[in-house]
Design a protein around this ligand. Structure first.
Ligand SMILES: NC(=O)c1ccc[n+]([C@@H]2O[C@H](COP(=O)([O-])OP(=O)(O)OC[C@H]3O[C@@H](n4cnc5c(N)ncnc54)[C@H](O)[C@@H]3O)[C@@H](O)[C@H]2O)c1
Length: 111
């Protein structure tokens, strides 16, 4: 299967790095705008490393960053092929998240 649209749930330490790697084709989702803004700051740092270490084109990195912003789960997963979850290891948070995700995601989405 070819994944085109990838949603990353959680934009903390792990999630923001996964999101940056997948942003060329996907979206990022997080629970609140404050966390998203912090993730954007960390991703801006990652961008400098991609430029220096991988010679990644600035235009492609900027385009990827533009795609990393979404705080609405329903919108974020509306056309998702794959959801990568990186939220806290707290049982009730996981149950609530997967309950909402199961209702919001289309049948094609792989969790
Ligand atoms: N950091 C690592 O090196 C590492 C390694 C292996 C596994 N993990 C696992 O990955 C997960 C995330 O770890 P982390 O270090 O990135 O944590 P973190 O606390 O840095 O980030 C968690 C993020 O999840 C968000 N979040 C909370 N509830 C949410 C919800 N309902 N929907 C969407 N987003 C939500 C928070 O706002 C936060 O941005 C944990 O389960 C952890 O055990 C982390």
């Amino acid at each position: 299967m070819n994944y085109t649209n990838i949603t990353v749930a959680g934009s903390g330490v792990l999630g923001n790095q996964i999101a940056f790697q997948t942003a060329f084709k996907g979206f990022n989702y997080d629970i609140n705008e404050e966390a998203l803004e912090k993730a954007k700051e960390r991703i801006a740092e990652l961008k400098t490393h991609y430029e220096a270490d991988l010679n990644a084109p600035v235009s492609e990195l900027n385009a990827a960053i533009e795609r990393i912003a979404n705080s609405d789960l329903t919108q974020a997963v509306a056309d998702a092929d794959l959801v990568i979850e990186a939220i806290p290891e707290v049982v009730q948070i996981k149950i609530d998240f997967y309950t909402k995700l199961g209702q919001a995601a289309p049948a094609k989405t792989v969790f």
